[in-house]
Design a protein around this ligand. Sequence first.
Ligand SMILES: [Zn+2]
Length: 248
Amino acid sequence: MTPRETYQSTWENDEVSVRIPFSAAGVGTTIVLTSKFTGRIMLMDVGDGALRDLLEVTRKSDFVFDIDLIALSHGHFDHVGGLHTLLGFLRMRERKEPLNILIPAGCIEAIGIIKGFRQYYHETLPFKIWYHEMTHGSEFDTDFFKVKSFGVEHYGSECSSEEEILMPALGFRVKVGESVVAYSGDTRDCTGVKAVVTNADLAILEATRPLTPDSGPRVHLSIEEATKLGALAREYLLIHRIIDLGTS
Ligand SMILES: [Zn+2]
């Protein structure tokens, strides 16, 4: 198996640090933005292992009080799989501040996890969880992160139908101070993802496919497509690569 560093990335400037403790297609993706002004944290996607990764990245269990906002790009398991565990940890550590979670409108997977969690623990949950259904052009501002969402084109390859059924899926532009960090979410090449990354200080792009196929249904960006999109931003990171399990 390829070393774990292959699936990690970091970037920073004077205003924001970006840490991606793990991102691999079909396994998990978690992106951690930290405001350098305040130490407040925004998560973009919460894949499997997000809690373990956050403990490793922050090196403190009271990071639960630093989380200001969570944004989920779409409902595939590798982007929301760690949410229940993270919410459980926040409950155990007795977070008090309400938690806002941005989700694509109609994202049944995220709504199911959040509503289920609220329902199971409604008598013992020390903080409120609010989810906000976002669409193309929606904005959501906290005191620390200013978010704009863009519709992107993604559909579930595990879908049994031959038909291309797009799922609710978003990319995000996040402003921290004067810096803009853009995240494609999962998408094929489309006008939405161009708008997400153009002129951002950092673009984080999924680059799942090693090669660009000549034809057929498109679920993800190729490395070549993601690299071209990345050139629209000042700097870029490619994530969400296919995991290499080796040949043994
Ligand atoms: Zn996906």
